[in-house]
Design a protein around this ligand. Sequence first.
Ligand code: SF4
Ligand code: SF4
Length: 292
Amino acid sequence: MELSPIILAQNLKAEAEKFLAGPGNHNGHPTDPRQRAFGEPIFGYARASDPIWATFKKSVDLACLTPVEAFGNVYPDADLERLSTLVFVLPQTTQTMKEQNQARLWPAEGWARSRGSHQKTVDGLALYLLNFLKSLKILAVIPDLLPVWKTLPSSSYGITSLWSHRHAGFAAGLGTFGLCDGLITEVGKAHRMGSLIINHRLPITPRSYGDDEFHQHCLWFNSGSCGLCVTRCPAGAISLQGHDKVKCSDYLKSTTPYIATHWPDMAGTYGCGLCQSRVPCAVRTPPKVTRS
Ligand code: SF4
Ligand code: SF4
């Protein structure tokens, strides 16, 4: 008998928690095996047939993959009727945020370590869930690990890619975009994300913010206040007009020597994330400001 959507979702969450309690979620600290890269995950689910995917294609880039296109890239003959997208959010740990809140120019150690562990933990979790689904004979794909995945130059965004976890997170009811481009979720925007496209029905997460409220959780857009991510950015990559991905990317590259000098075991890692700390949307969706 086919697993019910709710039972499958519960099993996926339990499997994720099992993975994250193990060595796959260690942040690579050379002497402390207890340090985790990320905290407790949150999950959201969207239907692959949701018209929101076509909206993204038009508003971001026609080349961006919809879940149906990404899944069909691997399984062109599959029955796509029941296709769902799972998106997970892995928040930074409380300890990392404590350190990162003090950072002014360069990332704190915990932040740099979670960035360095990204592949092991985020991709590791996605692959672990893929194998779990395989054990249940359910087909799934990880869109950003497909051989066709690539980044693209974009006239509107500077850089884009064939699959955006943040857009998938918006579709899956997890949150809306901030001035800095991060996805502001119930656990804030200091996180990493991953997605899977699964050939099984899953309990769809409603978008409490509606389909065209792309910035509802950001205080700049909903109340005309805050703007703190602008002043947190040491690269001048955020302004009241939005996020300059090219400037941000250049600054990220410039952090490599700092990280290698301070924590030689992480040579080659880069990271910043200052705009994701010491701001009201870092670890929660901030309440709207009401003016009297
Ligand atoms: S720091 Fe303020 S302006 Fe920037 S994304 Fe968060 S809520 Fe919006
Ligand atoms: S990651 Fe760093 S450089 Fe990029 S926008 Fe945020 S603060 Fe600026």
